[in-house]
Design a protein around this ligand. Sequence first.
Ligand code: NAD
Length: 469
Amino acid sequence: MSSSTGTTSILQYTPIDEIPKIREHLKATYNSGRLRPLEYRKQQLLRLIHLVEDNYARFEEPFKADLGRHTLEVTAGELNGIVMELMYLHDNFETWAQPQKPGFNLKFWAFGPVIKRVSKGVVLVVGPFNFPLLLTLSFLGAAIATGNACVIKMSELTPNVSAALTELLPKYLDQDLFRIVNGGIPETTAVLQLQWDHIVFTGSPSVARIVAAAAAKHLTPTTLELGGQCPVFCDPKMDMYLTARRLLWSKSLNAGQTCTVVNHIFVPYEAQDALAKAFVQVYNEFFPEGPEKAPISTLATDAAFKRIKELLEKTKGEVVCGGHELFGPILPIVPVKDFQDAIDWTNSHSHPLAVYAFTDDPNFKEYVFNNTHSGQFVVNDTNIQATIPTLPFGGVGESGYGMVKGQYIFDTLSHLRATCESPRFLDMIMGWRFPPYTDAKIKQAAALKPRVPPLNPGWGSTLRGWMPF
Ligand code: NAD
């Protein structure tokens, strides 16, 4: 057995030849129908919630060791988030799982059409390092609620958190249905060679391409939660203190290692000094003794630190606060002549996961919303959208595809199986469909076709609008 190279790590990587056996075992249990009853799903989901609820203290040290996380960020930023997410599923999934009648349509009413949300099989969840539990356990919870077996592949960059979860999971969940695979690239490559019934991947666009290509070999549907490049459009009339406070929080949270973190701020030239001044004020309030002494998270890898350091060394801009110590995150302020330049620049690059507007002006909000593309659009805050369970969460273009959270992840991991039942009397009405085909039958078939309105509506179309069919 190989293990992670982390000095404090106790993580054992999953032997590569074990991986296909794990998947086969889970598939066999799934096929047995053990997870079909909603009560069993609910019981397993509640046990998963308790895995988190009972172990706040147990997870604290691993998060500190892997990511230098402060207790507040471990609890509020990760564990509370999982409990909220899973409780929302727990309280609602039985309603969502009910068969649903589609909208009434007189022509097809007799078929009794019904949509049944059914499970897909065995789901693979591949997680990133930055929210190692949130972005695996919330999807595991959704797999349970939808009646799927599930394998989660944790990031090798958080070996202590992964080791803690590996120890705890068998104590809470049915091991015939829910398992962890640990490892780096060789193990993930082995996992990806297998056939899965859905893959939820959270990570970088470059690895997402590897995942999507592997999934394509089995025609496996994938949900790709990627991220980055989120711009802020800052109205010069906006309260700069509020803006700086919320944006510096975004950059401090998990040392700026969140998918919805602000990448850069567009602000008109005339307002950039006021914004920079507000940042200095907030920076001193957040870190009165300097960031070295502040209990903030660290960058996960030496490579990430080196990249951030090089960016700072190469910048032609002025560093207005910080930037000379182990404080990795960078928040560039990009002055613009007018916002159209910023919009054009944004639209000529990959679609961001989120676009943020800081403004109290409804016209400004609408202008930014209507002229950009992104997974989410948020006014006067950042990151917060990811905590609202009733909203869909997902990217567009380079920021990913597929929807997660609440009912959206429930639908993502369900197959909407269309069902209908043909009545015996149908052949009296639709006898024309059977050979031998005749001109008379072609005319009868045409009766089913909906009327198409003319391109230039006149009195005729108004009259037709009053007709019931
Ligand atoms: P990553 O893409 O490097 O790794 C993600 C997973 O892929 C890990 O489990 C890793 O083991 C595996 N992996 C890495 N290289 C691989 C390879 N060559 N072949 C197969 N598997 C491989 O991502 P990361 O650095 O762990 O996470 C940060 C990224 O995740 C950022 O881009 C961030 O924007 C994104 N992210 C997105 C969301 C979202 O919800 N949209 C949330 C969090 C993070």
